[in-house]
Design a binder for this molecule. Structure first.
Ligand SMILES: [Zn+2]
Ligand SMILES: [Zn+2]
Length: 388
C-alpha cells in the first residue's frame, strides 16, 4: 500500500513528506494505522547521527489501531487499540525466562540495522529500500511492527495520550515502581526533571511516597515538578544537595534516589543524599567517557544499592495498560505532557522546538493522524493512493 510518511533523507536534514510503499505484515507482524506519535529527543539524536541507516522513517512513540495481522499473530486482533513498545522481547532468552524482559537483546541487531526482526524492511520507494527505525517508524500513516511491540489498551484510552506511554512515561514510572520499588511512606529524590523525571515523580507518587524531592538546576523545571507531585525541591546549582536532602529527611537521607539526568555528578550527589540501606537508580545515559566516583570509605557499612535501569525495567504488557488505567482513573497525568498537536506535514516544527532553549523540556509535540471518515474528502492527501 502507498502511505504518507515523514522520511529522513540524510543527517540533520528536515524530514520530507513522501509517498512510500509499505508491504503487508509477514508472520508475527502487525499493520497498525498510526493515530498519534510523539516526537522524542531520541528521534532528534537519530536524525543527527551519521550511523542511522538512511533513508529511514523515524518515530518510536506511537499509538494506533490494528488494521491487519500477519500469520501466527495471537496477541492482538484487527480493531484493537494499541500503544507501541520499541523493545519487543523474545520470551526465550535467559533474561526473558527469568522475568527481566527489558534486558532481552534480541531486538537490538535488527534495530541498529534499521530492519524488522527478520532482518528485512517492509518500507520502500521506487523499489529502493527505506529503513525502519526502532522497529516502529511511527512518523507515518501506517506502519508494520512486530507483534510483541503491540500492547492492547482500553478502548476508551485517547490516542495522543496513549502514544506517550511507550517511551519516557514508562521509563520514568518504571524507574520508581519497578527498579527502585518505592514503598508507601518513603522519601524519594528525583534528579533531572525532564520527560523521564516527571514520570519518575508520578511513579513515586502512585507508589505512595510521603516526600518526593525534585532536584534540578533550572528553577522552571522545579516548578513543573511540583505539578506532577514533587513535595519539595532542591536547586542543584545553588544548594548543597547532600545537606538539603538530609535536612528534609531527619538527617538520614532519602530512601530512594532516581537519577534521570545523565550526569555522573548528579548520581554522586544522589548516592551521598541516600540513607543507609537505600537505593539509587540511574536511568539517564551517561557520557561513556566519564567515570563515576563514589566515596570508598565505609562503603561496606552503608548497605546501599546502586543500580542502572533500562527502559524503567518495563514489562510492557503489564505496565502500559496499568499506566493507561491510572490515567483513565485520574491518577496519572498525561494531558499535561502534550505540549502541542501537529499534523504530519508540520513535523519539522517539533524538531525545531528542540533547538529553542526556552522550550519546556518535559512534554512532547504530538503528531496526530486521525482516522478518515467516509464523509471526508481525500483533498488533504491528494496524490496518495490508498490500497489496503
Ligand atoms: Zn522516546
Ligand atoms: Zn529474550
Amino acid at each position: 500500500m502507498k502511505i504518507k510518511a515523514a522520511v529522513m533523507t540524510g543527517v540533520g536534514r528536515p524530514l520530507e513528506i513522501q509517498a512510500v510503499d509499505l508491504a503487508p505484515p509477514k508472520a508475527n507482524e502487525v499493520l497498525v494505522k498510526v493515530e498519534a506519535t510523539g516526537v522524542c529527543h531520541s528521534d532528534l539524536n537519530a536524525l543527527n547521527d551519521s550511523t542511522t541507516p538512511t533513508p529511514t522513517i523515524l518515530g518510536h512513540e506511537g499509538a494506533g489501531i490494528v488494521v491487519e495481522v500477519g500469520p501466527n499473530v495471537t496477541n492482538v486482533q484487527v480493531g484493537d487499540k494499541v500503544a507501541l513498545n520499541w523493545v519487543p522481547y523474545c520470551g526465550r532468552c535467559e533474561f526473558c525466562v527469568t522475568g527481566a524482559v527489558h534486558l532481552c537483546e534480541s531486538a537490538f541487531g535488527p534495530m541498529f540495522n534499521g530492519t524488522l526482526l527478520d532482518g528485512t524492511s517492509r518500507l520502500s520507494k521506487d523499489d529502493n529500500i527505506i529503513f525502519h527505525y526502532s522497529l516502529l517508524s511511527t512518523f507515518a500513516e501506517y506502519t508494520v511492527v512486530p507483534e510483541m511491540s503491540c500492547v492492547k489498551l482500553p478502548d476508551e484510552m485517547p490516542m495522543a495520550q496513549a502514544s506517550l506511554i511507550g517511551c519516557g512515561v514508562a521509563t520514568g514510572y518504571g524507574a520508581a515502581v519497578n527498579a527502585a520499588k518505592v514503598t508507601p511512606g518513603s522519601t524519594v529524590a528525583v534528579f533531572g526533571i525532564g520527560g523521564v523525571g516527571v514520570n519518575a515523580i508520578q511513579g513515586a507518587r502512585i507508589a505512595g511516597a510521603a516526600k518526593i524531592i525534585a532536584c534540578d538546576v533550572k528553577p522552571a523545571n522545579l516548578e513543573i515538578a511540583k505539578k506532577f507531585g514533587a513535595t519539595h525541591t532542591v536547586n542543584v546549582a545553588k544548594d548543597n544537595v547532600e545537606e538539603a536532602l538530609k535536612e528534609l529527611t531527619g538527617g538520614f537521607g532519602v530512601h530512594f534516589a532516581i537519577d534521570c539526568s545523565g550526569h555522573t555528578e548528579a548520581t554522586e550527589n544522589a548516592w551521598k543524599g541516600t540513607r543507609k540501606g537505600g537505593t539509587v537508580v540511574v536511568v539517564g545515559a551517561f557520557n561513556p567517557h566519564k567515570v563515576l566516583s563514589l566515596p570508598a570509605g565505609g562503603f561496606h557499612r552503608v548497605g546501599k544499592i546502586l543500580r542502572g535501569s533500562f527502559y524503567g525495567d518495563v514489562q510492557p504488557f503489564r505496565d502500559f495498560p496499568t499506566i493507561a488505567r491510572l490515567y483513565l482513573d485520574g491518577r496519572f497525568m498525561l494531558d499535561e505532557l502534550i505540549l502541542n498537536r501537529l499534523k504530519l506535514e508540520e513535523i519539522n516544527q517539533a524538531f525545531d522546538a528542540f533547538h529553542d532553549c526556552n522550550c519546556i523540556n518535559v512534554g512532547r509535540s504530538i503528531i496526530e493522524m486521525p482516522v478518515k471518515t467516509d464523509t471526508q474528502t481525500m483533498d488533504d492527501c491528494e496524490g496518495f493512493e490508498f490500497v489496503s
